[in-house]
Design a protein around this ligand. Sequence first.
Ligand code: NAP
Length: 268
Amino acid sequence: MKRTTKDTKDTKDTKEEEKEVSLLILGGTGDASELAAIAYTIPNLKVKVSLAGRTSQPGEVPGIVRIGGFGGIDGLINYLRTEQIDLLIDATHPFASQISWNAAAAVKEVGIPSLMLIRPAWEKNKGDNWIEVESVETAANILPSLSKRVFLTIGRQQLAPFANLDNIWFLMRAIDPPSPGIPLPSGKLILARGPFSLQDEKKLLLEYEIDTIVSKNSGGGATYAKIIAARELGIKVVMVQRAVMPEGEKTACVEDAMAWLVSKLGVY
Ligand code: NAP
């Protein structure tokens, strides 16, 4: 399935390339990889996946993978033109809003069709005890009045706001270790990549006597078990809400994104 990785050149001959349509998927999520795997099977569609390069060992991604920032809106415009991208699907994480705003501005300037693939946010269910906050910083501000032992599951990039909360013990979970030199909350760091099972999440919460989870409202199934576990164990969840996303066509699942893609390919 995998054509090549970390390579910007395709192997098809020039004659065939002339007929190809180029799709750029902005990735960094399981949905992006899944979409790339399906899109890759469409003949004459050149699939490029862009990753920010945050994780040291990204999961397997089909298609042609490029890694690293574009250099803001202008850099992305330049990339879209240079690489002659025909279609763009922004399948980045719902909390990666900067790249989504950049992409929305860039596709407008270049004049190519685009789609945002965004998992729906989790909805509060009966039995959930959520405190919804607008940012990670607000979560850190309110924790001292709520909690003593916290499961901090917001990744590794925004741990610093919790570092001075001396009266709280933190269990932190991330895929990669935090960058050296950034202040960390006191507690324990575990490195793990989802999906996580309900049974394991419950075990973790009980073992470390967690009274509060801090989570981003990421949506999707891979990390939802901790939310169910909190519900079943009567644990509070400080839920960080999503930022406003740019205007534009949006879908909630890979299947719908594929339908959009196929409809656009009919045009070419
Ligand atoms: P962000 O704040 O929206 O983006 C910051 C900068 O990183 C962007 O301006 C862009 O740099 C670069 N960038 C982001 N995504 C990129 C991509 N797919 N390809 C190339 N460059 C990209 O993003 P973030 O929150 O740091 O997240 C970085 C990546 O991790 C995203 O791709 C996202 O899907 C993934 N991720 C994020 C979270 C989260 O909670 N934020 C969780 C899981 C996965 P330039 O301006 O130089 O182009």
